[in-house]
Design a protein around this ligand. Structure first.
Ligand code: TMP
Length: 254
């Protein structure tokens, strides 16, 4: 392996210096953590699957005009991305009650929400990613009001598009988390979708059986974690059987 400068190492990914200025290489690990890294494990093959799933979803979102950091996949575990300044806010969009929402408000898991609910969390491992309001975000300067408007509008477009895409393959998009970054081009700054979109940061349930096909299998020790991620990739039509670099259409589930 060639020596590359490691820019940042997170819990599930490593960022390396890219081949040209303004780019980075995003490497997907098999490591998994939950509950602010109190639970740690390895899911063999997860990195390969998430690299492929995130490539596919970022590409599809790019096709409908959502700006993203994604450039192209390089190999099984790496993708080339634009270097952005990550905004330290996790944007969570929820359609169905699950996870921390059920605990916080005592709403039974699986309750359809009256409308999509957006929440913000401040990215800080030391503080355990506390939930914050728009007021905190703008008052503490984590994002400007205009940035936040853009993030909200983009997150809702991502939700609408991905809800439909997943429903077409028999999966309910229960909730997800996205991150955004600032990308500078000539003196202009725009907000783009960054990080990854994969079963690590989405909840996906089978429409018919409610089977969980996401990281909750790891969080809740349900077993067959890699198999669940693989099933998501299979339904998206992007498993390697489809041929390398092949973008077979997602399979419609009746
Ligand atoms: P939550 O119900 O635990 O708040 O999670 C909401 C969504 O955000 C769920 O799809 C999982 C995702 N998520 C992350 O991607 N990273 C995190 O650190 C947390 C807590 C949740």
């Amino acid at each position: 392996m060639t020596r590359r400068r490691r820019i940042y190492e997170g819990k599930a990914k490593i960022l390396f210096e890219g081949p040209e200025p303004g780019t980075l290489v995003q490497y997907f690990k098999d490591d998994a953590t939950a509950f602010n890294a109190q639970k740690k494990g390895t899911i063999t093959g997860k990195g390969v699957l998430n690299n492929r799933i995130s490539e596919y979803l970022m590409m599809k979102l790019g096709e409908i005009g959502i700006p993203t950091h994604f450039v192209r996949r390089l190999n099984m575990r790496e993708q080339l991305i634009r270097e952005v300044e990550i905004i330290p806010i996790e944007v969570v969009v929820r359609n169905v009650a699950a996870g921390s929402l059920t605990k916080r408000f005592g709403i039974p898991e699986g309750t359809q929400l009256p409308r999509s609910i957006v929440e913000y969390y401040y990215k800080s491992d030391e503080l355990g990613d506390p939930m914050v309001s728009e007021e905190h975000i703008t008052a503490f300067g984590w994002a400007a009001p205009q940035d936040l408007d853009d993030m909200l509008a983009l997150a809702l477009r991502v939700n609408d598009y991905l809800s439909g895409l997943f429903l077409g393959i028999g999966l309910r998009l229960v909730d997800f988390k996205v991150e955004f970054g600032r990308l500078w081009e000539n003196e202009e700054m725009r907000i783009v979708l960054a990080d990854e979109i994969s079963p690590d940061n989405c909840r996906l349930w089978d429409v018919k059986t409610n089977e969980k096909l996401d990281k909750d299998r790891f969080r809740q020790d349900l077993g067959n974690v890699a198999e669940a991620y693989q099933e998501v990739a299979r339904r998206l039509g992007i498993l390697p059987e489809a041929g390398p670099g092949d973008h077979a259409a997602p399979k419609l589930v009746q």
